[in-house]
Design a protein around this ligand. Structure first.
Ligand SMILES: Cc1cc2nc3c(=O)[nH]c(=O)nc-3n(C[C@H](O)[C@H](O)[C@H](O)COP(=O)(O)OP(=O)(O)OC[C@H]3O[C@@H](n4cnc5c(N)ncnc54)[C@H](O)[C@@H]3O)c2cc1C
Length: 512
């Protein structure tokens, strides 16, 4: 790789300044970037050798520790975000570039797959302890086993490019159409089925295997997991990634395929102010997820054909917005055994009961769990205290659950910093949106590499887009059901159709 910055030489682990102590990342400041370059940079490479970028940070003193915790406050992150100087890589792009993708959810993995289709290698870093997939996680509890999709529940397909991916999964027996009844459940147990079109799809063994399947389609993608990338450093013409001070490799370009507080922290001092600014504008809801296994089937209202529902958008109850029976959805042949339900709160309830998701106080967990179980009871029209107690529960807070606004661009790319963003929020809030965003960014980066990196201006995308409010249900966007109001409307129409059918049947009987 040819370096843009001739100030440094590298050994595998030690980076040394050899000439000027102050490298110039920005050789030609593009007009659009001059405004944000307010603060003189203090690149780590300009520091004395013992404090080079690849060194483990000094152990903080108590005073420093206070400072550093202050340093991650929202105010501090905002300040850093807006005052950092833009990095600009000016050296020609390598003939065999490698891209770092931070985030192994749908968007990051699809990005890796599509980079490979264009002949580009990548490394995907993901924090997942149990596996890849991010918000398309599935939890299996042995030995019974109990199975729960604990974020994405089902998906719809509207774009032919996503349809191609889904067809591939279908051919491998990984997905199928979810034919169970889904509807709107109103307080008191009134259930109105929703139309089965457009088709809804589920992972046959849950959503997570889809992530593994994307990876299995690749041979040029390296995965590092579990790994929490905590620092990005532009250095010697490359992006250097670190996990708590430990070097995790150097790359020609960066993809940020995650969002929320973690991404804001990572970008706050990265030298990518435009990208950081767009990320900072993203707003996310918080949603509680309760996984609950019951010995017996819940007493559910049935649809007109007499089948109890398998999934319901719950209306009029603060603590529950969605409930689905994973056993019916995923274990279709199982006639007995435990019943595994995924129950989501509303975003409003999530916001009111928000706590740090990494350390949920026991009292909060208990309060939230009870409120959600009560919500289920009320939704089903059961008398107080009569809902069977689940024999297994697990509560999780999705602190950065779903986007509530969007810049409405398939991806964001900063050609000067050779860094981009993909994720569901750029186009909406669904698995399909995430996949399309990953594809878009991969193709954009491949086009940029093919151009040799010389005409950077042409490749800037999404850096200044205004954000719009995102319509959708609390758990995402589904064609035909773009908002809660639409669910009410569609449910209303479905109800009318049912009533008409009943009246028609009555008239028919009367005429006969
Ligand atoms: C409660 C809930 C219900 C949902 N239901 C549906 C549904 O039914 N249908 C639907 O289509 N969509 C649904 N969604 C939305 C869907 O899950 C998301 O749109 C999609 O999974 C987003 O994929 P992504 O790749 O953009 O992000 P993510 O899946 O969030 O992936 C980001 C990954 O990056 C990792 N990461 C973060 N920081 C770092 C770091 N510093 N270093 C390394 N790795 C890092 C994370 O661990 C994660 O694995 C739901 C979401 C939630 C929260």
């Amino acid at each position: 790789m040819v370096s843009h910055c001739n100030l440094l030489i590298t050994t595998p682990f030690i980076l040394q300044p050899i000439k000027s102590p102050r490298p110039t990342f920005l050789t030609t400041t593009p007009k659009s970037l001059t405004l944000i370059c307010k603060v003189e940079p203090k690149p780590t490479s300009a520091r004395p050798q013992k404090k080079t970028t690849m060194d483990v940070p000094d152990k903080p003193s108590r005073r420093n520790a206070r400072k550093s915790s202050y340093g991650t406050s929202r105010r501090s992150i905002l300040k850093k975000t807006f005052s950092q100087e833009q990095v600009s890589f000016t050296a020609p792009v390598s003939d065999d570039p490698i891209v770092a993708i931070i985030g192994g959810g749908m968007s990051g993995l699809v990005c890796a797959l599509n980079l490979e289709k264009r002949g580009i290698r990548s490394t995907v870093f993901d924090t997942g302890l149990h596996g890849l997939g991010g918000r398309m996680g599935t939890r299996i509890i042995d030995p019974q086993p109990l199975i729960f999709d604990h974020a994405a529940q089902f998906f719809t397909v509207s774009d032919p490019r996503f349809a191609e991916l889904v067809d591939g999964w279908s051919d491998k027996g990984l997905v199928r159409q979810w034919l169970g009844t889904i509807g709107a459940l109103e307080l008191g147990g009134r259930f109105v089925p929703l139309p089965s079109s457009p088709p809804r799809y589920v992972g046959i063994n849950g959503m997570r295997p889809l992530a593994d399947s994307i990876l299995s389609q690749t041979s040029m993608v390296n995965v590092v997991r579990p790994c929490w990338i905590s620092k990005l450093e532009p250095f010697n013409g490359m992006w250097h990634l670190l996990e708590n001070g430990k070097p995790r490799g150097q790359f020609d370009a960066l993809v940020i395929a995650h969002n929320g507080k973690c991404a804001n922290r990572l970008l706050a001092q990265s030298g990518l102010p435009l990208i950081a600014k767009q990320m900072k504008r993203l707003e996310l809801s918080s949603i509680w997820a309760l996984l609950a296994a019951f010995e017996n089937p819940l007493p559910l209202p049935a649809n007109t054909d007499g089948f109890p529902f398998e999934g319901a958008f719950v209306k009029g109850i603060d603590s529950v917005s969605w409930m689905a029976d994973n056993t019916k959805k995923l274990m279709t042949s199982q006639s007995s055994g435990p019943h595994c339900w995924t129950i989501f709160s509303t975003a409003a309830f999530g916001k009111r009961n928000k706590v740090p998701q990494e350390s949920i106080p026991t009292a909060t967990a208990e309060k939230v769990k009870e409120a959600m179980l009560e919500g289920v009871e009320t939704a089903l029209g059961l008398s107080k205290g009569s809902l069977e107690r689940p024999f297994y529960t697990r509560l999780q807070l999705w602190g950065a659950a779903l986007p509530t606004n969007t810049p409405g661009t398939p991806c964001i790319f900063d050609p000067y910093g050779r860094a981009g963003i993909c994720g569901d929020w750029l186009l909406g809030s669904s698995l399909e949106a995430a996949a399309l965003s990953g594809m878009a960014l991969a193709n954009h980066i491949a086009d940029y590499f093919e151009s040799g990196g010389a005409r950077s201006d042409e490749f800037a995308v999404g850096l200044h887009n205004e954000f719009q409010l995102l319509e959708g249900h609390d758990i995402g966007q589904f064609p035909g059901l773009e908002s809660k109001e639409q669910i009410n409307k569609v449910a209303g129409e479905a109800e009318q159709t049912i009533e008409d059918t009943v009246v028609a049947k009555e008239v028919f009987r009367f005429v006969l």
